[in-house]
Design a protein around this ligand. Structure first.
Ligand SMILES: *Cc1c(COP(=O)(O)O)cnc(C)c1O
Length: 402
């Protein structure tokens, strides 16, 4: 394998995001291929017995087993690390594998975590159900209330865990405030940045410690594979994450890593176009629906803060209809172009009813506390022509009397 300029951090660090997304982390085999090679191998063979002995002893670099290292996966790890501005990154089999690894690798029985109450359903399940089984207690708070973060800190608090914008309420967390508070108390911030990706928001620039991703979303961007990633300092990745990952095995397959490498090449382009479409549709729907939650609109309660933290307003927004679940389902059933689907970040426009899908398992009480209304719909705006999307929305709204 030969290095390219994409593997030299002194060079890639200075590239702009679109360049990093195409070239960072690329190694070439002796064939000189331009597109990254896919190494579908679980193991590696050696010239002699001393070679694996030196590698297993940590005295020589080189691959030993794909749960520990794989060339295609390593290219993606490096590309995401550079784009995030992180010292290191390790990809995972899915977004939830990434969240689970990022938390379990650093928490022990007796520790405490403060988490945002508005979160992806499975992220809430980790905090409410899984961690307590291992003696890790959690406090869930309104993440938009700066004072609530401080009030929830206990002497054994080790981690702050949140999404910004949150799924599906689009809550914006004050990154400057919450990350500084965590630092002052020796607490590690774990930010789920799935809605943004590094081309829209880099929470480390605001002092966040660990960034965890569902790369299933905008990074793949074409709805093909499940993938995840955890970014952090060399120390966090080497001392905390890697021992956990290497021994428990939530690794990303080389095939899926290759698909995400191809996805990243067009990430900046897709994100820009999808955000433009989302803002155009958001403006069209504002006033037409009773409530819209879009960080790019001035009506969002933390619009100014969102625009300070994010380079683009995001391609996902939610809106709330007065007629509850029945009216929300009726709108979905009147769509012709936009798919009823609970994925996000896809090039296709997708709409879903969180209360009956992604947030079904959290139950009605927690949904009410989080702000997941029965009439709420979440809209992932895709790459289609915005006018076709507007016509579809307009037709569906008229069909339900709006
Ligand atoms: C989708 C999503 C996840 C989970 O990711 P998977 O790749 O589906 O496992 C976690 N957090 C957020 C905010 C998400 O949108």
């Amino acid at each position: 394998m030969k290095r390219t300029t994409g593997t030299d951090r002194s060079i890639t660090r200075n590239w702009r995001p679109a360049t990093q997304a195409v070239r960072a982390g690329t190694w070439r085999s002796d064939m000189g291929e331009t597109s990254e090679a896919m190494f579908l191998t679980s193991g590696y063979s050696y010239e002699d017995a001393a070679t694996p002995a030196a590698r297993f002893a940590g005295e020589a670099a080189g691959m030993t087993y794909s749960r520990l290292q794989n060339p295609t996966v390593a290219m993606l790890d490096e590309r995401i690390a550079i784009m995030e501005g992180a010292e290191a990154c390790r990809t995972q089999a899915s977004g939830m594998a990434a969240m689970t690894a990022a938390l379990l690798c650093q928490l022990s029985a007796g520790d405490h975590i403060v988490a945002a109450r508005a979160a992806f359903g499975s992220c809430r399940w980790l905090v409410d159900e899984l961690l307590p089984r291992f003696g890790i207690e959690g406090t869930t708070i309104d993440s938009t209330d700066n004072a609530a973060w401080e009030a929830a800190i206990q002497s054994n608090t080790k981690v702050f865990f949140f999404e910004t914008p949150a799924n599906p309420t689009l809550d914006i967390v004050d990154l400057d405030h919450v990350c500084a508070l965590a630092k002052a108390h020796g607490i590690t911030t774990v930010v789920d940045n799935a809605f943004c990706t590094p081309v829209m928001q880099r929470p480390m620039e605001f002092g966040a410690d660990v960034i965890a991703y569902s790369a299933t979303k905008l990074m793949d961007g074409q709805g093909r594979v499940l993938a995840g990633a955890v970014c952090g300092s060399e120390e966090f990745i080497n001392d905390k994450l890697l021992p956990f990952q290497r021994n428990t095995g939530p690794n990303l397959s080389p095939f899926n890593a290759w698909v995400v490498l191809k996805g990243l090449e067009t990430l900046e382009l897709r994100a820009r176009r999808q955000c433009d479409n989302a803002l155009k549709i958001g403006r069209f729907m504002e006033g037409r629906v009773p409530k819209i939650l879009h960080p790019g609109l001035a009506s969002h309660p933390r619009h100014d803060m969102a625009m300070r933290q994010m380079d683009m307003p995001g391609c996902i927004f939610s809106f709330v209809l007065d007629g509850g679940r029945a009216q929300a389902h009726a709108l979905l059933d009147n769509l012709q172009l936009i798919d009823i689907s609970n994925n996000i970040g896809d090039a296709r426009s997708l709409m879903c009813h969180p209360a009956s899908t992604t947030h079904h398992s959290v139950g009605p009480e927690k949904r009410a506390e989080m702000g997941v209304d029965e009439g709420m719909l979440r809209f992932n705006v895709g790459l289609e022509d915005a006018d076709d999307l507007l016509e579809d929305i307009d037709r569906a709204l008229r069909a339900i009397g709006l």
